[in-house]
Design a binder for this molecule. Structure first.
Ligand SMILES: Cc1cc2nc3c(=O)[nH]c(=O)nc-3n(C[C@H](O)[C@H](O)[C@H](O)COP(=O)(O)O)c2cc1C
Length: 313
């Protein structure tokens, strides 16, 4: 990354100083220490692991990813090598780079989240992210946890009791009144909130085969189509929260990232854009943010003014 001496992208987040506000979101480049390291080298300031569960999980049979004009539909499921193998990869990454890692955890109930957090806190990660929003596995497990204030609060509180690391709750856009759910997470002790996970699920149809394009039929929607929704949710939630927000959903350009920061995010996830345009998009977005800072005479990312909360709500 070509750092300008005057307009640094350096960003503070929960006690860590990051070289860029851009975050590799969970699930975008897998889980190996090599791919996390590659992401760091390509301009991300912070990387997130694939969501890890207590036991290894196989994904769905393909095809599990499909493009459409507004982005991507995916039904990858929460395939992952399990917490123990995942933490070994995190340790290798940290040993090689010394960089912080957001360790994403996935479970369907409080005891399993607590056990995952207990193990993750003994590992080399810097922060824990609780993936409370899983549209792809909704059929298996019912309503996503993130749709319930009480469940979100209960899980965050349980995890905080056993965890020495900062805990970030990742919420789903597929719920009503996101600000009240985000507040419940904060009141239960969350140190930050990530917004948003994939929208939907949605459906794409192969008109020749007269079948769904994806094998498990439905998939989570990500990419440019969800940017306006993500901005609105980040704006509404950050307006009521004291803890920092990691904003993501459809960010593909420097201007999108600046919008996300103005909406109230402290860090910005760039996921599907990498699938659509290649990893070079990360540094293009870094450059776009830096050009904005220079043009507007703003000395740092933290100085980007937040959009005022209107009277719409
Ligand atoms: C292929 C794929 C896999 C994903 N896997 C996970 C995951 O394991 N855990 C999670 O919390 N989010 C997962 N997500 C959601 C992303 O982390 C992110 O919240 C979402 O894609 C919105 O950002 P984007 O539009 O920049 O991709 C996945 C998204 C995609 C496209």
């Amino acid at each position: 990354m070509n750092h300008s001496p005057n307009h640094s992208l350096r960003t503070e987040f929960l006690g860590q100083s990051l070289p860029s506000p851009l975050v590799l979101p969970s699930g975008i480049l897998g889980m190996s220490h090599g791919s996390l390291r590659y992401a760091l080298e390509k301009g991300y300031g912070l990387v997130t692991t694939k969501s890890l569960s207590l036991s290894p999980r196989e994904g769905h049979e393909g095809p599990v990813v499909a493009r459409f004009a507004g982005g991507v539909l995916n039904s990858l499921g929460l395939c992952n090598p399990g917490i123990d193998e995942g933490l070994r990869e995190v340790a290798r990454f940290v040993e090689a780079t010394g960089a912080p890692v957001l360790v994403s955890l996935f479970a369907v109930n409080r005891p399993d989240f607590v056990e995952l957090a207990r193990r993750a806190c003994d590992g080399a990660g810097s922060f824990i992210e609780l993936n409370l929003s899983c549209p792809n596995v909704m059929d298996e497990f019912g309503v996503p946890l993130a749709a319930s204030r009480d469940l979100v609060a209960d899980i965050v509180e349980g995890v905080k009791k056993v965890c020495r690391l900062p805990v970030v709750a990742k919420l789903s856009p597929n719920a009503l009144d996101l600000p009240s759910i985000a507040l419940a997470a904060q009141e239960a002790g969350a140190d930050g909130v990530t917004l948003i996970n994939t929208l939907g699920p949605g459906l794409l149809i192969d008109t020749t085969a007269r079948k769904p394009v994806l094998h498990p039929r439905f998939g989570g929607i990500s990419g440019p189509a969800i940017l306006p929704l993500a901005l609105k949710i980040v704006h509404e939630c950050s307006g009521v929260l004291k803890v920092p927000v990691i904003g993501m959903g459809g960010v593909s350009t420097g201007d999108d990232a600046v919008q996300m920061l103005m909406a109230g995010a402290s860090l910005v996830g760039v996921g599907t854009a990498v699938w659509l345009s290649g990893i070079g998009v990360v540094d293009e977005i870094n450059l776009g943010i830096r050009e904005y800072l220079e043009r507007e005479g703003i000395p740092s990312v933290a100085g980007i003014p937040k959009l005022e909360t209107g009277h719409e709500r």
